[in-house]
Design a protein around this ligand. Structure first.
Ligand code: FE
Ligand code: ZN
Ligand code: FE
Ligand code: FE
Length: 173
């Protein structure tokens, strides 16, 4: 495959994010299960539903382009998920784990935001305005998911994690 046109780059990146989203539908239930905070668990569960909708939008984009629906392994998402998995295998304070889960999830969201930012711009430039709109919808959902995670972190989860650590230090004395 040679990247001799923006059209080809667009299709390659589309296959990448399609596979990345598929990987996420397998990872999000594990993250929900690992979350201690009910709100965080709910955030993962509702983003799983959104992710399934995003996959359907991507399938529409493939169809609009007259291309077969096909992914190509996203090594970046594989790595991000793998790091999250390693972290979940550690034992520790549930509150600290929640802070870690939020951080891992935000890394994923930022990757997706970058991917959909590029994809929607390419689609627009290539004249696929209906596809561009679908991709922008995915972009907006990822941005909202990231903001939601931020709000949860700043709304108490990070503070609880900080207190859990402080408690442990006291015990050592
Ligand atoms: Fe997504
Ligand atoms: Zn990727
Ligand atoms: Fe990638
Ligand atoms: Fe997402």
């Amino acid at each position: 495959m040679s990247l001799d046109s923006l059209e080809k780059l667009f299709l390659e990146e589309l296959k990448d994010i399609y596979n990345a989203e598929k990987q996420l539908t397998r990872a999000l239930p594990r993250m929900a299960k690992a979350a201690e905070s009910a709100e965080l668990r709910q955030a993962f569960t509702s983003h799983l539903k959104e992710t399934q909708g995003q996959i359907q939008r991507l399938e529409r984009v493939f169809k609009e382009l007259g291309q077969a629906v096909r992914g190509k392994k996203c090594k970046a998402m594989e790595g991000l998920i793998e790091e999250g998995k390693e972290m979940m295998e550690e034992d520790g304070e549930p509150q600290v784990m929640d802070a870690a889960l939020i951080g891992a999830a935000q890394k994923v969201e930022h990757y997706e935001i970058a991917a959909y930012g590029c994809l929607s711009t390419y689609a627009e430039l290539l004249g696929y305005s209906s596809s561009a709109q679908l991709l922008r919808q995915n972009l907006q959902e990822e941005e909202a998911a990231d903001k939601k995670l931020n709000a949860l972190a700043e709304g108490g989860i990070n503070e609880s994690a900080a207190m859990a650590g402080a408690g442990q230090e006291e015990e050592k004395d």
